[in-house]
Structure formats: C-alpha cells, structure tokens
Ligand binder design. Structure first.
Ligand SMILES: C[S@@+](CC[C@H](N)C(=O)[O-])C[C@H]1O[C@@H](n2cnc3c(N)ncnc32)[C@H](O)[C@@H]1O
Length: 249
C-alpha cells in the first residue's frame, strides 16, 4: 500500500470506529430543532451557529461553538451545505443551508419526517396528543374494525408474531383486517439501495431486539398470514422500501 491509500484506509478505519458520532450529531440537531430553524429562514436561506444559538433559551457561553461543531460535521456528510462568509476582522463565519436530504429530515406539510426515527433509534421519544391505552398484545388486543401496526412485527420472531397476529384476529369482526407497515426484504439482495436498506434494517433488528426481530420477505409474511388463519395478504402500496400490507380475515 502506498502512503496515500494507507492514509485513506486509516481515516476509513477511524470513521468506522466512530460511526455512531454522525447519528448522534443528527439526533442533537433534530432535538434542538436546528434544521427546522434553518428551513424557517426561507428557501435556500443560510444561518450561522451564533444566529441559531440566539434562538435558544440557553445561557451556555459555548452554545454557538457547540452548535457550529455539530453543523460542521453534518456539512462534512452532505446533510448541510456550508458556505464561508468573510468577516471584517479577517476571520470567516460558516453559514449553513439545507442539503436535499433535509427535505426528509424536516417536517413536510403533514408534519411528517424521518426525524422521529432518528430520535427513536438514538433515544426514547415522547409523543404528544396521543392517548396511550395499556395492554399486552401477546395477551389480547383491543377490539376494533381494523388494527394498524407499524414496525411491530419486525421486532419479533415468527412464533411471537403468530401469537400477536392471532390476538389481532380474535379482536377483529368478520371481514376485519390488520394493516401493517413493514419493510419487505427482496429475495435477491443485489437490488440496489432498497435491498441494502432492507438488509441494514434486518441487521438493526438483530442487534437491537432480544425477541428474535428480523425484516421479512413477502413469502414470510404470507406464511404468517396463513398460519394465523387470515384469508389473504394484500400488498397495498410502498414508499421508501416500506410496504403497507393487509391481512384480511
Ligand atoms: C418498534 S416499536 C413500534 C414503532 C412505532 N409503531 C413507529 O412507527 O415508530 C414497537 C412497539 O411495540 C410496543 N410493544 C412491545 N411489546 C409489547 C407488548 N407486549 N404489548 C403491546 N405493545 C408492545 C413497544 O412499546 C413499542 O412501542
């Protein structure tokens, strides 16, 4: 190996070892609403760390520097675009604007974004305006015409999914349905970005769950539907590798 490729390999090794830093920085930026504040400034607007820090009720004298470190890291990974503004004293000020990926990291007109997923994976979030009804889905489900579950089955091995889907089945009326949102793993992993996303989700489930969590193929979802007694499984639509599927009673 020559010096250049040696250096590149070494930097790559450090990046792998510190791989959790980027999601943590993104987590903090989302929690501090930094991306939303830049977005609020208008299309293609930019903001400096001190302008963003001034919008927070903090007394920490290092707040602007800390925010600048976070935003600089995000810019180095193309999450933000950084431009330099020459200052009268000869120094430079970094100004940050949103890169295309921020369309999905900031809330859309329906208030939806990938942000909560980042918060969920890095920490626990508290949802507001949601009434929580306690219960154990492995014991019984609340009676309903339809039951919607997003990213629940992927947390559990087949025997657990059979149990909870059986409880859904019993809670539904004739012709009721369970609607699930889950990634479908393609049989062939050489399918580009969506199959690598599915495989990555599968690894995340393996690492984060103790209940045998995994992403499933279409065949595996069909087998679950059949074993529980649902008449059919319908794939309704998909967005970003996530499928809406219906188990019909
Ligand atoms: C991966 S999270 C679901 C993610 C969420 N639907 C979303 O879209 O972000 C799995 C959920 O299942 C819930 N859960 C785990 N075990 C349960 C049980 N035995 N009964 C009811 N809910 C349970 C957890 O509290 C957690 O909220």
């Amino acid at each position: 190996m020559d010096n250049k490729s040696d250096e590149e390999a070494c930097v790559f090794a450090f990046q792998l070892a510190a791989g959790s830093v980027l999601p943590m920085a993104l987590y903090t930026a989302i929690e501090l609403d930094l991306l939303e504040l830049i977005k609020k400034a208008g299309p293609e607007a930019s903001a400096s760390a001190s302008e963003l820090a001034a919008q927070h009720p903090t007394t920490n004298p290092d707040a602007a520097d800390m925010i600048d470190s976070i935003l600089r890291l995000l810019a180095s990974h193309s999450v933000l675009i950084c431009s330099l503004k020459q200052l009268a004293d000869g120094g430079v000020e970094r100004r940050y604007s949103l890169a295309p990926v921020c369309k999905f990291l900031t809330r859309n007109e329906d208030g939806v974004s990938v942000g909560p997923l980042c918060l969920l994976l890095q920490d626990n979030i508290t949802w507001v305006r949601v009434e929580h009804v306690s219960g154990d889905m492995f014991v019984s489900m609340t009676k309903a015409d339809a039951i919607f579950m997003k990213w629940v089955c992927h947390g559990w091995r087949d025997s657990h999914c059979e149990k909870l889907l059986k409880n859904c089945y019993e809670a539904l009326p004739e012709n009721g349905k369970v609607i699930i949102a889950e990634v479908i793993v393609p049989d062939n992993p050489n399918g580009g970005q969506s199959s690598s996303w599915a495989a990555q989700g599968d690894m995340t489930m393996l690492a984060y769950t103790s209940g045998g969590g995994k992403e499933r193929s279409e065949r595996e979802f069909e087998a679950l539907a059949k074993i529980v007694g649902f008449k059919q499984l319908i794939k309704v639509c998909s967005a970003y590798s996530n499928w809406i599927m219906e188990f019909h009673k």
